[in-house]
Design a protein around this ligand. Structure first.
Ligand SMILES: Cc1cc2nc3c(=O)[nH]c(=O)nc-3n(C[C@H](O)[C@H](O)[C@H](O)COP(=O)(O)O)c2cc1C
Ligand code: SF4
Length: 434
């Protein structure tokens, strides 16, 4: 296994690793002390120089995003931490919030100082009830110790953090839908522009950042932007959390630099394939990213590496499927999720995803017709690039990429009325989690 000393998840296996006492004993909140002595612009500059790119999916440079917040706007400014984490295959932010909440709180206060905000909302996925309760207890301790709240560590700086539990909708993770939901409305996206950095929560300048993104901020301040920039390939810097699930021996969350290859993650970190079977396909970055074939296993798991391979790093959630997987079933399974989660605001997505599901279901039942593959492509064509938010492009990715790589499998299914994949792929035996 490649040698890399984890920093974000260093203490995840320590029973008390999540507590304030443990965090402080192991150097926690020192970065905050340093940041309180820095000018806000210097913090932004350091994050820019580190090369940190957002870990929520799009990989947008974090320091640049922060610098879009207008300084001359007299309105309050807000930081919203996107802890909605609902993409199938993605479970890294949950680990950080459960096992290292003070790293997140420390990052929130530093980020607020950088952008001139005094209020931070952590918008947490509705289902994460246990994590929310534990975080609230730890937050109260951080407030009592002077790391959060009024006059932080006697600096005269105020910054409070509030944890808001969402209703459990995938679409609430889209940044403008998240803002709508925080305002007490349905989690449906807004038209952009204006972008949240200028008109966000309550019409005020707002930065929305992913949990893992914010957790990197104290590390950059404490260890220096040079240290951060030295990890991983150029423009894809810093430690990264990878979720791996599916037909591997040891699914879980692994921390590694982004010059790690898909092959290393699957075989060195996750123990290889269950029953030592062959890999059929890999979804590299969560359900919204196109499927790759095993010929791309030696590609770096970086933002740019995955784009060059024809997919995306997304939320870095690698889903591995072995040779016994029916790709028609896999596509239908994912579309079932998107059909359930479409917010319904725009017609191509709301109606289109229903059509995709109906056609895939028909094929899977053995009632497929020869025209169905073209029909699926035509429906995708009427969704892609024609929706209000990126959900539309996300929902067509599994259909388009499975047809691109496995069209013969679709056609054989339609011709014979049965899956050409004969093994019982659903009879998955339990596997040990990392
Ligand atoms: C349908 C949809 C769901 C999303 N869900 C999440 C999510 O759960 N967590 C997240 O951080 N970003 C999610 N995003 C991306 C956010 O809109 C936004 O880009 C991100 O929170 C920005 O943070 P970053 O710059 O730190 O990556 C989602 C986007 C879409 C379109
Ligand atoms: S693309 Fe889908 S999720 Fe996004 S606004 Fe339209 S209906 Fe809602």
């Amino acid at each position: 296994m490649p040698t890399f000393e984890p920093v974000l998840t260093k203490y995840v296996d320590e029973p008390n690793g999540y507590t304030l006492d443990f965090y402080v004993q192991h150097g926690g909140y020192q970065a905050l002390r340093t940041a309180l002595g820095m000018a806000p612009d210097a913090i932004v500059d350091s994050v820019k120089k580190s090369g940190l790119r957002g870990r929520g999916g799009a990989g947008f440079p974090t320091g640049l995003k922060w610098s879009f917040v207008p300084k001359d706007n007299p309105k309050p400014k807000y930081l919203c931490v996107n802890a909605d984490e609902s993409e199938p295959g993605t479970f890294k932010d949950h680990v950080l919030m459960e096992r290292n909440p003070h790293l997140l709180f420390e990052g929130c206060v530093i980020a607020c100082r950088a952008i001139g905000a005094r209020t931070c909302y952590i918008y947490i996925r509705g289902e994460f009830y246990h994590v929310q309760k534990q975080m609230e207890a730890e937050l109260a301790k951080a407030r009592a110790a002077g790391y959060v709240g009024k006059n932080i560590l006697g600096s005269g700086e105020d910054c409070d953090i509030w944890i808001h539990r969402g209703a459990g909708a995938y679409e609430a993770g889209e940044e403008t839908a998240l803002i709508e939901s925080l305002e007490g409305k349905r989690a449906q996206p807004r038209l952009k522009p204006p972008f949240p950095a200028v008109v966000g929560l309550y019409g005020c300048p707002t930065v929305v950042n992913n949990v893992e993104t914010i957790c990197n901020v104290p590390l950059i301040i404490e260890k220096g932007h040079e240290w951060f920039a030295s990890i991983g390939p150029e423009k894809n810097t810093g430690p990264k959390l990878f979720c791996i699930s599916g037909h591997v021996k040891k699914p879980g969350v692994y921390e590694a630099p982004m010059d790690t290859t898909l092959r290393q993650l699957i075989y060195d970190y996750a123990g290889g394939m269950r029953h030592d079977r062959q890999i059929k396909a890999v979804i590299p970055g969560g359900s919204s990213t196109p499927v790759l074939l095993p010929d791309k296993l030696d590609t770096h798991l970086s933002f740019d590496g995955m784009v060059a391979a024809g997919s995306m790093l997304g939320s870095a959630a690698v889903i591995v499927m072995d040779e016994t997987t029916s790709m028609v079933w896999a596509a239908k399974n994912l579309i079932h999720f998107y059909k359930h989660e479409s917010c319904g605001k725009c017609t191509p997505c709301r109606e289109g995803v229903d059509w995709l599901y109906k056609i895939l279901d028909k094929i899977e039942r053995g009632d497929g017709e020869p025209r169905d593959v073209e029909l699926l492509l035509s429906v995708c064509d009427n969704i892609g690039g024609k929706t209000l938010c990126p959900f539309g492009d996300a929902e067509i990715a599994p259909v388009l990429s499975t047809i691109q790589h496995f069209r013969a499998e679709y056609e054989a299914y339609i011709t014979t009325g049965e899956s050409p994949v004969t093994s019982d792929f659903r009879a998955a035996e339990p596997v040990g989690a990392h």
